[in-house]
Design a protein around this ligand. Sequence first.
Ligand code: ADP
Length: 494
Amino acid sequence: MLDQHAIDTLRQHTVPAQKLFIDGDWRAGNGGTLDVISPIDGNVLTTIERATAQDMEGAIASARQAFDDGRWSRMAPAGRKKVLHRLADLIEREALALSVLGVRDNGTEINMAFKAEAGSAASTFRYYAEAIDKVFGEIAPTADDILALVHKEPVGVVGAIVPWNFPLMIGSWKIAPALAAGNSMVLKPAETASLSLLRLAELASEAGLPDGVLNVVTGKGSVVGEVLGLSMDVDVLAFTGSGPTGRRLLEYSARSNLKRCYLELGGKSPNIVFADAPDLDRAAKVSASGIFRNSGQVCVAGSRLLVQRDIHDDFVAALAKNAEGFSVGDPLDLASDIGAVNSLVQLEGNIGFVETAQKEGAERVTGGSRILEETGGYYMEPTVLTGVKSGDTIAQKEVFGPVLAVITFDTEEEAVAIANDSDFGLAGAVWTADLSRAHRMIRKVKTGVIHVNTYGGADGTVPLGGVKQSGNGHDKSLHALDKYVDLKTAWIQL
Ligand code: ADP
């Protein structure tokens, strides 16, 4: 149980001006600073370095050096395992402080941040720490006079570019398997959520991670992200963010060393409710959480609700009631169910999407507005729009805000067609009591993840990744390790 007094004490802490974390040390950058605006009240919380190309090149050189001299890449597996476990211990020790720092930076409600950020980061590091001495190469079944070995080797320098919605969780999904496999890294956090990742790098150092193995460079994506993408010394790019940036990374790769790019690019996930769903009240409650928690700033958010016509009115009413029941406000108040939108730009974008939807014929059932403006913070009501058609902007574009588009369907075939009428294919859900229908839908809905009779909650044992323009490559599970290793075949004549 989280303690409000402890949270309130931590929120008073002054956050010092941040530096870059390069080669195991704090370094000033050469490009001045960027203000960190807290979405809680719109005030400047601290500053981060606005790194330059030269700063980024220094970080990449540090990672390269660390990789090439083997200080981590050739450390005995038991040693690497110990370091990552120690890091998980430190994250747990600092869980509340890390979470409060992250919330002051990005606005996620503390109840969710504590679990999904610090909690999930610690368990991710433990999971991959354990994998270090349990996942290894192969001996192929060849002719008697041949010995064929398949080695799994670290790739080299991994560049990770991560977004602002869950920096610690998503950062750890990249950092933990990449380090477990023996790589060195340069991490580029989002401009509006760098603080907890800078602290994570410091904790990694305290846990015994050798200098230079994990470097964190803050600044503008269009400047330092580009340098990382174009570097001849970066072997893999692991990215979560928007489609346009993902496309740029592929271009950088093509223009440089053909580095592998793993892209997680969000979605417009269909949450499909059939009239025979086992418990419609629960479905409405979980569906509301599935779109509105963290102000809808969740890549797998169920942002398209497909409802069978017979239950449409009752279901929408139940869902709107849940939406209106959420308490939106100060994300560091334990009584808030939903915190702040990450930035003013994001908030204005959300409102713009609602206006466009209404112009295109959608009806606003609840929400749609900025609230609590007097706090100076960025808060938005959970918003439900009905009468949406599959081709509408609100059904096609990712809002990344607390805005739900409701579409009606009659038949199972129609539900499948609408669900798949999207450039994206990240996640989705089906609510039905019919086991055969559930399995048919699992096969037919083109997404990387599909939930049945629930929404969200998949843990670290299963992969998360998209199909279509939601990207490629998977975070989480043992499969994620494949992104960070090269296979080398040794064919030996005996
Ligand atoms: P969002 O819309 O979620 O902010 P972005 O794709 O813009 O998504 O941002 C995700 C991450 O990509 C952030 O860390 C951001 O700084 C970085 N980024 C943005 N533009 C570029 C770019 N041109 N090259 C590399 N990284 C970038």
